[in-house]
Ligand binder design. Structure first.
Ligand code: SAH
Length: 207
């Protein structure tokens, strides 16, 4: 998986590759999909959601440029896979999920794997988690038309936010730096994520 799917496609960071090597994706997929755990695609999890493709997890993580000291906010805990990779590379991870069932399962996995630097929160991620703001890094693992304003506010100056932005059918993965309060955007390419929903459940409301 590391060589064929990640290195071959341009993932260069040794720290990111090592972290992807340490976190076993098989542990985060449903039992029935274990044979497909290292497949080069997103896989279904409970609540009609998905665990992202390994390459996309690597690409997003690399774009966060983590050195180890950062506090990271993840929106969309899902299976907890991306959170585990982040926990390997950052000081603290706060991850918000709207489905309590997914959050509970992810918590069970992360704690049984020994991660002690992850806080799991059930709530509307479009509001972020102001209690622990500002965050050095923010990663949104669900698609929306724009960065929710609350998340931009909770990003520290000099921080980096990575998010799939665009319509439901396909999005542009963007790395956005906050420089002097202004966004500096770098496009990482096309991708497709499940929608970022507001608490009310409407996907087409401005987040
Ligand atoms: N990062 C996950 C994949 C996430 S899929 C992993 O590694 O497995 C996207 C997730 O975002 C889904 O679990 C979905 O329920 C969640 N989500 C969608 N809208 C949300 C919102 N407004 N707040 C919190 N979570 C949300």
């Amino acid at each position: 998986m590391l060589d064929e799917q990640l290195t071959a496609r341009g993932i260069r960071s040794a720290r990111v590759l090592a972290a992807l090597g340490r976190v076993d994706r098989a542990y985060f997929v449903p039992d029935t999909l274990r044979p497909d755990a290292y497949a080069d695609r997103a896989l279904p999890i409970a609540c009609e959601q998905t665990i992202s493709q390994p390459y996309i997890v690597a690409l997003m993580t690399e774009a966060l440029e983590l050195s180890g000291s950062e506090r990271v906010l993840e929106i969309g805990t899902g299976s907890g896979y991306q959170a585990a990779v982040l926990a390997e590379l950052a000081a603290w991870v706060v991850t918000v999920e709207r489905h309590a069932e997914l959050s509970r399962e992810a918590a069970r996995r992360l704690y049984s794997l020994g991660y002690q630097n992850v806080s799991l929160i059930v709530g509307d991620g479009t509001l972020g988690w102001p209690e622990l703001a500002p965050y050095d890094r923010i990663v949104i693992t669900a698609a929306g038309p724009e960065v929710p304003p609350a998340l931009w506010e909770q990003l520290a100056e000099g921080g980096i936010l990575v998010a799939p932005l665009g319509p439901p059918e396909s999005q542009d993965l963007q790395q956005i730096r906050k420089i002097g309060g202004q966004p500096l955007v770098c496009s990482l390419g096309g991708c497709r994520f499940v929608p970022l929903l507001s608490a009310a459940g409407a996907s087409d409301e401005p987040a």
